[in-house]
Design a protein around this ligand. Structure first.
Ligand SMILES: C[S@@+](CC[C@H](N)C(=O)[O-])C[C@H]1O[C@@H](n2cnc3c(N)ncnc32)[C@H](O)[C@@H]1O
Length: 465
């Protein structure tokens, strides 16, 4: 149960606002603990080196809801009590990202798996490419350990722990960490220049994003164009997308939509599928679905390899087919029951997103629907429409949290900036999605709340009218 109302507070600090925040912190902590208790595996230690069953769970809605309040309330409490200069200077030093990149690129978490009692930085450094300077590596690992990633068991001797194990190279989340701290970071680093450059400032074209500004001497006119020039990195990108799906709990769509009620042979076309992580899980759980994956040629080749390993029967029996295409220039396969898009609309500024939707709408049969699986941004202000959103599961946070949970939904805002930097695009609100659909002749008919992500269902306007 979500304790979003602190009215029953017994805490009395002399400040009503602090009382409410402390009550939120206590009740959301209790809610999170209840989930660990329910799992039967108890609460993991921060030093644990074994995965906990909840670590990779995708349907953990109650835990995600509790953390959304806990993180929002903790940050509001700290910024209320700290000197502003303390908070602001800390935020201007996002150095951890590059430290994590160093760890991932040099497979240091992988190396420490063989040394459960710890390894001195001198030994770690001696096993890295070109033998790093141990003193420098110690500084990097020291920063990470100060935030709970790696454990310093004795001076300059480190072991893995719960957080650092996420940086082992086989974990797709490590690939996402690398993507964020390397390719994506290139665009964020030049955002101030690109947003004021005479050629890039006003335009909303994806070809004039901060990312294309950053790589303008490398001959790529778009983020995906850059990957087409570097096919050797396609696998890494696709691995990162699996990681992102995992973090966002996207697989929860497998058990939280009535797939089993659909007739045998229901067709599901993943538009911009990447390797098709979601349809792979869907196909395994719901044999009544027939899958088609559509993406650019490089991603389709990667998808074939993954499905060959993970689910060869689906290929042999024709339950899955693969078709390369360009969603800006062509329509996907016609007459599919579902056209599914995850993390596609947010890659595209409005004009391009509408082009993709129109290409889909052109081949939809009357009963087809489009499912857009993405973050839905919440408003940062309270309004008269809040009453409506309570009824439609986009409930805003209680005061004194910001209505959009503030830091409790930080990834929404970071992803919004990520899309700005790479594509001049954005994460959209429900109203912006509705308008986007209408521009392509599609009506928003249903929204499924999966906490961090939502699934928006569209049908052709005037169907059945
Ligand atoms: C952010 S990824 C999302 C992948 C997948 N839907 C997922 O959520 O894991 C965007 C995908 O769009 C594909 N894409 C980009 N431009 C495309 C185009 N013009 N035509 C078809 N696919 C494209 C990329 O190759 C990539 O796989």
């Amino acid at each position: 149960m979500e304790h979003n109302s602190p009215s029953s507070s017994v805490i009395q600090t002399g400040s009503k606002e602090i009382d409410k925040l402390l009550t939120m912190i206590i009740t959301s902590t209790q809610d999170a603990l209840a989930e660990y208790k329910k799992s039967g595996a108890g609460l993991p230690s921060p030093h644990a080196t074994e995965a906990h069953p909840l670590d990779s769970a995708s349907d953990e809605f109650a835990l995600k809801r509790a953390l959304r309040i806990l993180e929002g309330a903790c940050e509001t409490l700290c910024t209320t009590l700290a000197q502003p200069m303390h908070t602001i200077l800390n935020r201007s030093m996002p150095f951890e990202a590059q430290c994590m990149r160093l760890i991932v690129e040099n497979r240091i978490a992988d190396l420490l798996e063989k040394f459960p009692n710890g390894l001195h930085v001198a030994e770690i450094a001696s096993k890295t490419k070109n033998q790093m300077n141990p003193r420098k590596l110690g500084q990097v690992m020291g920063l990470l350990a100060a935030r709970g990633c790696f454990r310093e068991v004795s001076e300059n001797t480190f072991t893995n722990n719960r957080l650092s194990l996420t940086l082992v190279s086989t974990n797709p989340v490590a690939s996402m960490v690398h993507l964020c701290s390397y390719e994506i970071q290139k665009s964020i680093n030049v955002l101030p220049e690109a947003m004021t450059d005479p050629e890039y400032a006003i335009t909303e074209s994806a070809e004039k994003s901060a990312y294309t500004f950053a790589v303008r001497d490398e001959g790529a006119t778009s983020f995906y164009g850059w990957y087409q020039k570097h096919p050797e990195l396609q696998g890494q990108f696709d691995h990162a997308m699996i990681g992102l799906s995992r973090v966002e709990g996207s697989l929860s769509i497998v058990n939280n939509y009535p797939w089993s009620d659909l007739p045998q042979g229901t067709t599901f076309c993943d538009v911009g599928s990447g390797v098709g992580t979601i349809p792979l899980a869907l196909a395994k759980a719901h044999p009544n679905l027939r899958i088609i994956l559509q993406d650019l040629p490089g991603a389709i080749e990667e998808a074939k390899q993954l499905w060959k390993t993970e689910f060869p029967e689906a290929i042999e029996t024709g339950k899955v087919t693969f078709k390369a295409f360009d969603f800006f220039a062509e329509s996907p396969m016609e007459d599919q029951d579902f056209y599914y898009m995850k993390h596609i609309m947010h890659n595209s500024p409005d004009a391009e997103a509408i082009k993709i939707l129109k290409n889909i709408a052109a081949v939809m049969k009357p009963s087809s629907c489009v499912l857009i699986h993405e973050i839905v941004m919440m408003d940062g202000v309270r309004s008269a429409e809040d009453q409506e959103s309570q009824a439609t599961s986009m409930a805003k946070a209680q005061e004194p949290l910001l209505p959009n949970y503030g830091s409790g939904n930080l990834r929404h805002h970071n992803q919004n900036l990520n899309m700005l930097g790479l594509f001049n695009a954005r994460q959209r609100t429900r109203g912006q999605f509705r308008a986007l659909g209408e521009s392509a002749g599609l009506e928003l008919v249903e929204v499924l709340d999966l906490v961090e992500m939502h699934v928006l269902k569209f049908q052709k306007i005037n169907v059945g009218a």
